[in-house]
Ligand binder design. Structure first.
Ligand code: URA
Ligand code: CA
Length: 442
């Protein structure tokens, strides 16, 4: 079988066989197939799609392209994955809370991608924190403490690593079979048995419409279920940053603020983190009903057990756990500048991708792969969709490296905000729950 005939078949819209798909994944992992042929096939898949069976085959072939962990963590290994958001710090809130309730959170996280933040970059804002651990140490920390958060190792799903980098530069990211297989191959390889997927929808998400987000969620639940995993997907809103803080150290600070009880439990970041965490406890078998699971997490939060767990995890991964008691020890930007609202009105919409992009351009994300992150920079939104603002009132506090950067970022942020003279509602947070029984509107 030659690779050209595989491209030819997909170009003509035919379904690929399991053998053809395995050749594709292995060719990507080993380097035996050149970038231009892989890219051509990726575009053919992007344009002509894959059926459920092909997508499942591709997921398994990519998972099996490297090491498959079977970690003994003393319980069901659970993981959670977001399709990417802005100010989306749920992992740092929920991993310690779920661990405090007996869950075993084996979290493989990504770095920032495009306008979205990545948990691994956020963790590195904590002085000393190690995010690449040998697999045995990673598993040992989860067994002892209940949670560890690390980056994807080179041995795990190498086919995804290569294909992901190619997709980023060939306009083939936005394909449901390619996203579904990319996300789940890494989860299968890391040995997660229960997986909670947070599929973002709205102006800051990969999928902008609820309909597409549900289709992606369903594809991932179907593959996971077929592979004998417990998979639940939640479609949640990304019309504005989830937390008010955007930027690496700022987002760590906000997660600590939530765990320390300094943020209202109904704040969107806390609310969504508890909802996702509750599904993790169901998947891990620590709770039998969603209400029971939420109550367990809220008790852990109120009793400070989540914060204590975060400290243990930071210490185990070599970080300075004193940041949990003194957020002032996190990197601080030199220029902290308020941004004045340009007019009276209700904040009615944000271009959330543009907000994430503004943080990225400040240095919170990378423009090129080799760029260094500036952990201190970012901004804090002082208003949310639905809030009324007076002209001149501080709408967003900028944390910039220079006054010039603050000025530029302020302009970018203002052009991403829409004001309305008439009152408008808050942004919607939870849209749908998708599990092996179907789609349930929330
Ligand atoms: N996250 C991933 O890991 N892969 C994708 O394709 C998209 C988001
Ligand atoms: Ca983020």
């Amino acid at each position: 079988m030659d690779f050209l005939s595989i491209i030819e078949d997909k170009k003509r819209g035919r379904a690929l066989s399991a053998e053809q798909i395995r050749m594709f994944a292995d060719g990507a992992a080993t380097g035996s197939v050149p970038d231009y042929q892989l890219s051509a096939l990726l575009m053919a898949i992007r344009l002509n799609g894959m059926n459920a069976e092909e997508t499942a085959h591709l997921t398994m072939a990519m998972a099996q392209s490297g090491n498959m962990l079977q970690p003994d963590v003393g319980g069901v290994p659970v993981d959670k994955h977001s399709t990417g958001g802005v100010g989306d710090t749920t992992t740092l809130v929920l991993a310690p809370l779920v661990a405090a309730c007996g869950g075993k959170v084996l979290k493989m996280s990504g770095r920032g991608l495009g306008h979205t933040g990545g948990t691994v970059d956020k963790m590195e804002a904590i002085p000393g924190m190690r995010v690449t651990l040998p697999e045995s140490e990673f598993v040992d920390i989860v067994r002892r403490i209940g949670c560890a958060v690390v980056g994807q190792s080179a041995e795990l799903a190498p086919a995804d690593k290569r294909l992901y980098a190619l997709r980023d530069v060939t306009a083939t990211v936005d394909s449901i079979p390619l996203i579904a297989s990319s996300v789940l191959s890494k989860k299968f390889a890391s040995g997660a048995r229960a997986i909670v997927l947070d599929v973002k929808t709205g102006s800051g998400a990969l999928m902008n419409t609820e309909e597409d987000s549900i289709r992606l969620a369903k594809a991932m639940v179907d593959i996971g279920t077929l592979a004998g995993r417990y998979v639940t997907a939640v479609v949640s809103g990304m019309q504005e940053p989830l937390g008010s803080h955007v930027g690496n150290a700022l987002e760590v600070k906000e997660a600590i603020d939530v765990l320390a009880g300094r943020v209202d439990e109904n704040h969107p970041l806390c609310y969504v983190a508890v909802y996702l965490g509750a599904h993790m406890l169901l998947g891990g078998g620590q709770a039998q009903t969603l209400e029971e699971a939420k109550a367990m997490l809220l008790s852990a939060l109120r009793e400070g057990r989540g914060l204590a767990k975060l400290k243990e995890m930071i210490r185990a991964q070599g970080g300075d756990d004193r940041v949990c008691d003194d957020v002032g020890l996190l990197p601080q930007a030199p220029c902290i500048v308020p941004l004045a609202a340009p007019e009276d009105g209700y904040l009615s919409a944000t271009d959330c991708t543009a907000l994430g992009r503004a943080a990225q351009l400040m240095g919170a994300g990378r423009i090129r792969k080799e760029d260094e992150i500036d952990p201190a920079v970012g901004f804090v939104m002082e208003k949310r969709i639905g809030d009324f603002v007076r002209k001149g009132e501080n709408i967003c506090t900028l944390h910039a490296r220079s006054m010039e950067s603050a000025k530029e970022t302020g302009e970018r942020i203002l052009s991403a905000l829409t004001f309305s003279a008439v009152p408008c509602g808050k942004a919607r947070l939870l849209y749908d729950l998708v599990d092996c029984t179907g789609v349930h509107p929330l």
